[in-house]
Design a protein around this ligand. Structure first.
Ligand code: E4P
Length: 214
């Protein structure tokens, strides 16, 4: 499974990229706004750090506006991916961009039908939001499982990005469900490699070693 970082924080991306764990990055308007930086500047900087796909989201809600923004964003870097909302206009724009060979990530996917529509429209990636589905009392990961079956059944090349990931369990379950990618907040990532028993084990080994030195 590939790991994308779900952040627009350049320092976080640089730090984690050094561990060889970053296959790509996803941003959204909320994440970019949090950084208080110019959208183009931050996306270009991220695209220079990470060689994999970097999603940058359009703000327009009408297909014409989405496409205007998309064509501009597509010029920013060779690895930029246009993130579009899962709406009729978003599907129109996704299809138009796919026909021009521009990569897309259809975001805010909350049902298997939506994911299937996005794949048929030619999306490169689809982003089912696991955590936000959990928040409303449904089982978000079931959507990732269903989408994996559907895409496999029909041989779509669209890749599933398990998004809105909130905990280690989500990452493990996304891998088990066959998600191609999990996009993970930088703040969550360390909990994937940390374990209290590892720390206790190191402490014990070092203490035993120091006893031998006396
Ligand atoms: C994915 O591309 C989104 O940016 C992200 O995963 C949303 O997560 P949230 O529900 O924690 O805001």
């Amino acid at each position: 499974m590939k790991f994308f970082l779900d952040t627009a924080n350049v320092e976080e991306i640089k730090r984690i990229a050094k561990l060889g764990l970053v296959d790509g990055v996803t941003t959204n308007p909320s994440l970019v706004a949090k950084e208080g930086r110019d959208f183009k500047e931050v996306v270009q900087e991220i695209c220079g750090i990470v060689s994999g796909p970097v999603s940058a989201e359009v703000i327009g809600t009408k297909a014409d506006d989405m496409l205007k923004e998309a064509f501009e964003i597509a010029e920013w870097a060779p690895n930029v991916v246009i993130k579009l909302p899962m709406t009729e206009d978003g599907l129109f724009a996704t299809h138009a961009l796919a026909e021009k060979g521009i990569k897309t990530n259809v975001t805010l996917v909350f049902s298997a039908a939506q994911g299937l529509m996005a794949a048929k429209a030619g999306a490169t990636f689809i982003s089912p939001f696991v955590g936000r589905l959990d928040d409303i009392g449904t089982e978000g990961m079931k959507l990732v499982q269903d989408l994996n079956i559907i895409l496999t059944n029909y041989g779509f090349t669209t890749e599933i990005i398990a998004a809105s990931i909130r905990n280690i369990g989500h990452v493990e379950q996304a891998a088990l469900a066959g998600a191609h990618i999990a996009t993970i907040p930088g703040s969550l990532l360390p909990s994937l490699w940390k374990h209290p028993l590892t720390d206790i084990g190191i402490e014990k080994f070092l203490s035993d070693w120091s006893k031998m030195q006396k």
